[in-house]
Design a protein. Structure first.
Length: 502
C-alpha cells in the first residue's frame, strides 16, 4: 500500500483508537564495553576495539561493567521505578551478522528496574503520564555497511562490511506499558515522551543521548482498535527512529497505514518496519518474532546482580534536579509563561540560556538573543542552536556591550554575524568591523546639524511642540552614521539644537 492510498489521519481517528508502545535504547557513556574492557571511543578504525569476549570466542568469560549497572539504577530511579533486589542476565538467541556471538546478552523476565512512570508536558501545558514497564541492561550489536546498492540496505547490495567496534557497547532499553488514551494526540505524546526522556538521560549524565549519532533511538510499536473494543489490535514495530520529529511522523503514518488496511478489510501483519526520513513513510522489514522465538535462557557465565538497598538509596541521593522540576523553577525565575518555556525547550535553548546567564548576562537578554537572532541563524543553516559556532560566554559578552551602550541592537546583530562567520570573539569583531556606537557629542553634532538643515519642515514642527516628529530626524542621523549613533543621545541633541524640552 503506497502513501497515496492512505486514509486521512482524521478519518483514521474517527474509527480507531491508537495504542502505542515505545522502546527506547540508550547507549551509555561508559569508557569500556558492558562485558569487557574494550574502549567505546568513537572514530577508531573498524574492528580495532574488539577482544575475545565481545567477539564471542570460545572460553572467553564476560564481566559486568559496574558503571553500567550504576547508570541503569539511576535511570530506573529517575523514572520512578522499583529497583530489583536480585536480577540476572539472559541470552537472547538469534542470528545476525553484526552479532558475533549469535546471541545478545540482555535481561528477559528479571529486569533491573520495573513498574515506573514519566510525566510529560504537551505543548498546551497538559501533562500526560506514560507508564514504564521496565528498564533493562543489554549490549549493542555491531555495524553493517551494505555496499553497492541504491538504498544502503542489504537488498541490492553487492557485499557487506562488518565493524564490531560497537558490539558490546552498554545499552539500557526502556520499555513503556501500552500507552492508551492519547487519541489524536498520540504522535505529540510520543514525541514529548522521547524528548522528556532524552532530557532526563542527559541530566543524569549517563549518556549524551544524541539521537543523530545513534546514542538514543526509539522503536515505535503501534496498533489500532475499533472504538469501544478492549482487545488490542495487531502491532507493527518501526525500528531505530532517530529524531523527535521522526518519532512523531512514524506514529502518524502508522496510524494512517493501519487504518487503511483495516478499513479495506485487510489484516495487519506483526512485523518490523523501516522509517524513511525523506517522506515520513515506513516499509516492511521482517516478520516480528515473539519472545519464545528467541529461546531466552539465563546467562550461565554471569552471576546475578543484587544491588543492596543501601547502595540504591545512596544513588537516589545523587540524582540531580530532574528536567521538568528544573524547567518549572527556571520558568518562575525568568518570569515567562508556560507557552514561552515550551518554545524555549522546543528550540533546545534551556541550557544555552542558563549558561549565558551564568556567564553574566541578564536572563531576558540571554533569551532575546538565543530565541531571536541565533534561532533565526540556526533555522537558516538547518542546524541545532547548540551546534552554532558561538558560545554562551560570547553571547553574554554581546549582551554586556549592549547594556553598557557600546552597541545597539542593530550593531549587536552584526557582531553576532561576525562571530558566527569565524571572525573572532565579540570584541574582535567590533574592532575589525568598527561597530562601536558613536555617542561623543562632537562626532554626532555635525550629523545632527545636517539632518536639521536638510529637514527644515520637520524641524519647524518640533519647534512648534510636535516632539514626536523628532523620530524622523533621529532616523536621518542613524542612516548617516550607518546605524552606529547612540539614538537616545541623538534625540537629546536634536531637541537641544531646536530649543525644545524633551
Amino acid at each position: 500500500m503506497t502513501v497515496t492510498e492512505l486514509v486521512s489521519y482524521e478519518d483514521a481517528l474517527a474509527s480507531y483508537d491508537p495504542v502505542m508502545g515505545l522502546e527506547v535504547h540508550v547507549e551509555l557513556g561508559t569508557k569500556t564495553k558492558m562485558f569487557c574492557g574494550c574502549s567505546t571511543e568513537l572514530g577508531a578504525d573498524p574492528n580495532t576495539q574488539t577482544c575475545p569476549v565481545c567477539l564471542g570466542m570460545p572460553g572467553a568469560l564476560p564481566v559486568v561493567n559496574a558503571i553500567g549497572v550504576e547508570s541503569a539504577i539511576k535511570i530506573g530511579l529517575a523514572l520512578n521505578c522499583e529497583i530489583a533486589e536480585w536480577c540476572r542476565f539472559a541470552r537472547k538467541n538469534y542470528f545476525y551478522p553484526d552479532m558475533p556471538k549469535n546471541f545478545q546478552t540482555s535481561q528477559y523476565d528479571e529486569p533491573i528496574a520495573f513498574n515506573g512512570y514519566l510525566d510529560v508536558q504537551l505543548e498546551d501545558g497538559e501533562v500526560f503520564r506514560v507508564e514504564i514497564e521496565r528498564a533493562h541492561m543489554e549490549e549493542d550489536t555491531g555495524k553493517s555497511t551494505h555496499v553497492g546498492g541504491a538504498t544502503g540496505r542489504i537488498h541490492g547490495a553487492q557485499h557487506s562490511l562488518l565493524d564490531y567496534n560497537r558490539a558490546g557497547i552498554p545499552l539500557i532499553e526502556i520499555v513503556t506499558k501500552p500507552i492508551e488514551g492519547a487519541g489524536e494526540r498520540a504522535p505529540e505524546v510520543a514525541k514529548a515522551y522521547v524528548a522528556e526522556l532524552r532530557e532526563l538521560i542527559k541530566a543524569l549524565g549517563v549518556s549524551e543521548a544524541r539521537m543523530e549519532m545513534g546514542q538514543m533511538r526509539c522503536d515505535v510499536n503501534l496498533s489500532l482498535r475499533p472504538h469501544g473494543r478492549e482487545k488490542f489490535g495487531t502491532r507493527s514495530e518501526t525500528k531505530n527512529v532517530n529524531s523527535l520529529r521522526s518519532v512523531e511522523r512514524a506514529v502518524r503514518f502508522e496510524v494512517q497505514r493501519h487504518a487503511s488496511v483495516l478499513s479495506a478489510g485487510g489484516t495487519i501483519i506483526q512485523e518490523t518496519r523501516h522509517f524513511h526520513e525523506e517522506d515520513g513513510s515506513t516499509t516492511s522489514g521482517r516478520i516480528k518474532e515473539e519472545a519464545e522465538d528467541y529461546r531466552y535462557f539465563p546467562e550461565p557465565d554471569l552471576v546475578p546482580v543484587a544491588p543492596s538497598r543501601e547502595w540504591v538509596e545512596e544513588l537516589r541521593g545523587t540524582l540531580p534536579e530532574l528536567p521538568r522540576v528544573r524547567r518549572n523553577r527556571l520558568r518562575e525565575q525568568w518570569g515567562v509563561t508556560e507557552h514561552d518555556m515550551q518554545s524555549i525547550l522546543n528550540a533546545g535553548a534551556v541550557d544555552l540560556i542558563v549558561a549565558t546567564t551564568e556567564a553574566g548576562a541578564d536572563s531576558a537578554a540571554a533569551r532575546k538573543w538565543w530565541m531571536g537572532e541565533l534561532a533565526r541563524s540556526a533555522n537558516e543553516s538547518g542546524t541545532d542552536l547548540a551546534a552554532l559556532p558561538i558560545t554562551p560566554a560570547q553571547v553574554a559578552r554581546v549582551a554586556a556591550l549592549v547594556a553598557e551602550g557600546s552597541l545597539n541592537d542593530k550593531l549587536a546583530r552584526q557582531v553576532i554575524e561576525g562571530v558566527l562567520a569565524g571572525e573572532g570573539g565579540p570584541d574582535e569583531v567590533v574592532e575589525k568591523r568598527g561597530l562601536k556606537v558613536v555617542s561623543d557629542d562632537s562626532a554626532l553634532g555635525a550629523a545632527v546639524d545636517e539632518a536639521i538643515a536638510a529637514n527644515a519642515a520637520i524641524a519647524d514642527k518640533i519647534r512648534a511642540g510636535k516632539v514626536a516628529a523628532a523620530g524622523a530626524l533621529v532616523g536621518a542621523v542613524m542612516k548617516a552614521t550607518r546605524g552606529q549613533a547612540d539614538a537616545a543621545r541623538v534625540r537629546e541633541l536634536i531637541l537641544e539644537r531646536l530649543g525644545v524640552e524633551g
